[in-house]
Write a protein that binds this ligand. Sequence first.
Ligand code: NAP
Length: 260
Amino acid sequence: MADQPNRVALITGGSRGIGLGIAETMAGSGFALAINGVRAATETAAAINGLRERGAVAEYFQGDVSVSADRQSLVNTVRGRFGRLDVLVNNAGVAPSPRADILDANEQSFDRLIGINLKGPYFLTQLVARWMIEQRKSNPEFHGVIVNISSVSATEASINRGDYCISKAGIAMATQLWAHRLAEHGIGVYEVRPGIIHTDMSAEVAEKYDKLIAGGLTVENRWGEPADVGRAVAMLARGDLTYATGNVLNIDGGLTLRRL
Ligand code: NAP
């Protein structure tokens, strides 16, 4: 299904977990894929080959989104390789290390997490937005899309990972800011809020979430899968949701639905 034949998407953290679920779904929509992560290319080869087997042009670009020089080099390299960028998916993220009560949590974990989960996507968006504006000026048909992967933690407080919650609440505001700023340039900016999704990140607390889901935490009684998030992002990337910049999509099986 090659309905986006010339469009290029950059997905941070795209070689495993939710990012890979997004990449696989977008491969099915015909996007060429620039996949970023911190692991060495040799460790991501199987994932990249899997995307190619789905018919996508896919390349891996190593770089740490929390480091300014890495972000600049990532954008330069993608530009050199593809010459255009239509979609940015800010997906890379980490959990606190360690998870700790906010009365005990340390500044090192806070700085690392905020650097990766909030500062990184905020300034990567700035770089990509400038390039998208350039593309729009030379081609009025150009429509950029930026998707931020936040979390239900943008609104649901977890006192053993305050830094994580703050980073996701920050991403929610960043989405609104960039949506306001970039609308005049035809660039849509959206936030996708996953709930509890099966990945390496959630593996260490899988038993806890198994019990919570069995006890009715979510309205749809199952774990989320990376493909659930992938379908939402691919819809936004294709431009299927129109006149809706700044919107939030909750992909959480109803976890955040209010009940009485
Ligand atoms: P994951 O399985 O741990 O994968 C994280 C990805 O982020 C990896 O690809 C990793 O790269 C990349 N990454 C980490 N630090 C990076 C850095 N400094 N620079 C560039 N890439 C970096 O996590 P996930 O569960 O798929 O989470 C993806 C996103 O969804 C995160 O933003 C997370 O907060 C959010 N989320 C997850 C859940 C959940 O239940 N899993 C729920 C809500 C929101 P490498 O592969 O190279 O290590």
